[in-house]
Design a protein around this ligand. Structure first.
Ligand SMILES: Cc1ncc(COP(=O)(O)O)c(C=O)c1O
Length: 389
């Protein structure tokens, strides 16, 4: 469906979608998936000079306060449960223990549905509504399925969620309660992805697989805008992010580059750190060795969101690491467990295994002198511990 252009009434300055490899332009007013010219994700492009000369933040203390640089044209199409503008809190005791001057926690567990997936799915479902999509399917490690189900319930869109059978009960039950059809599979998210593609082909449902549509990234991007605003438009030195499909990592970096283009922040930009579980660490292999090992045998992880054996946006993630002079590393399942306990006991905050992985990464990178004691470090907690039961 072609959208009636409401651009003159819209705050959005979106111009087009671009192939993330060759830059070819794709029409944003019709339904798009990924770039068919290079088989890579699409990325939304905005009229940043216009947005920058009059950078509006709405009154809204949610991710929608940056509507100028978001893709939804008409306010009426926004499907919101109050996502974004999550707390940024300083972990002073943990910092002292580590010998760091400043350690901060961006706590995205405080989002509706208990994870940062709310940002991407609120945006994805809002754009789906704007484009007239009535049926959606998603492969998920857990949190994205719950978020899609919740936003689809609100938007009256039919949702099908495909999830690995070993996932915790809470993550399954919430999808059912939100009225989605839940399909459980043996295996990891790549097996769910295959089934999503065939369901999409058979039923005409829109496939919301990570980075295979352009708009979840735009929701996740708001994490970067918030980090910048919460530090009064001066950026931290290091951001540690637990990556699976990579939307958050790529989105945060996209936000920083847009803010630089608009003249709202200047450099140096933070070094981006990607952390994965040693059970499934394709990006760490690709970053360190340029390829997956011959005996690559990805396994499930207690950090469900990190068990993505073959992410679609590998090149975009590698670009973020090289442009930001960042790094990638693994942590073990035991280390994540210890991290959860330690942070809970000392700071009173219960992090998801993915969130705890960022603390272990900070510790390791301080030891390796990649992080300096004077650095301002941000850990991103992407999900709520309470959902992993
Ligand atoms: C709690 C949590 N953290 C991190 C991730 C990884 O997400 P991304 O696609 O941004 O790499 C996921 C994805 O399922 C998740 O649920």
């Amino acid at each position: 469906m072609k959208i009636q252009s409401t651009i003159s009434l819209s705050l959005s300055t979106i111009k087009s979608l671009e192939c993330s490899s060759c830059g070819k332009s794709y029409d944003h007013t019709i339904i798009q998936t990924f770039s068919t010219c290079c088989n890579v994700p699409l990325s939304a492009a905005y009229d940043l000079p216009t947005a920058g000369t009059n950078f509006i933040r709405t009154e809204d203390y949610s991710m929608w306060r940056y509507r100028q640089v978001l893709p939804v044209l008409s306010k009426a199409n926004i499907v919101t449960l109050g996502e974004g503008f999550t707390p940024m809190s300083q972990l002073k005791k943990l910092a002292t223990q580590l010998g760091l001057q400043e350690l901060w926690l961006k706590d995205d567990a405080k989002n509706p549905t208990g994870s940062f997936k709310a940002r991407g799915l609120s945006m994805g479902v809002s754009k789906a509504k704007e484009l007239g999509i009535r049926k959606m399917v998603i492969p998920t490690a857990g949190n994205a399925g719950g978020a899609l189900s919740a936003y689809c319930a609100k938007a009256e869109i039919e949702a099908t969620v495909i999830m690995p059978r070993h996932t915790a009960d809470t993550l399954k039950e919430e999808c059912r309660l939100y009225g989605a059809q839940l399909i459980l599979l043996d295996g990891l998210i790549d097996a769910c992805g295959k089934m999503a593609r065939s369901i999409a082909a058979e039923t005409g449902a829109f496939d919301m697989s990570t980075m295979k549509e352009p708009y979840r990234l735009e929701g996740k991007k708001t994490l970067g805008y918030e980090i910048a605003e919460q530090f009064n438009w001066s950026l931290p030195d290091i951001i540690i992010y637990p990556a699976g499909g990579g939307t958050g990592l790529i989105g945060i970096w996209k936000a920083f580059k847009e803010l630089v283009s608009m003249g709202i922040v200047d450099g140096p930009l933070p070094k981006m750190v990607l952390v994965q579980s040693d059970q499934c660490a394709p990006m760490v292999h690709l970053f360190k060795d340029g390829k997956l090992p011959d005996n690559y045998a990805p396994q499930s992880s207690a950090a469900y969101g990190l068990a993505v054996p073959y992410p679609f946006a590998t090149q975009m993630m590698l670009n973020v690491l090289s442009e930001s002079k960042g790094t990638a590393l693994t942590v073990s399942e035991n280390e994540m467990d210890e991290g959860i306990q330690h942070i809970a006991g000392i700071e009173g905050q219960l992090l998801s295994p993915e969130g705890a992985a960022t603390y272990i990464a900070a510790k390791k990178l301080l030891h390796a002198q990649f992080i300096q004691p004077s650095d301002r470090v941000v850990m991103v907690n992407t999900g709520s511990w309470y959902k992993y039961r």
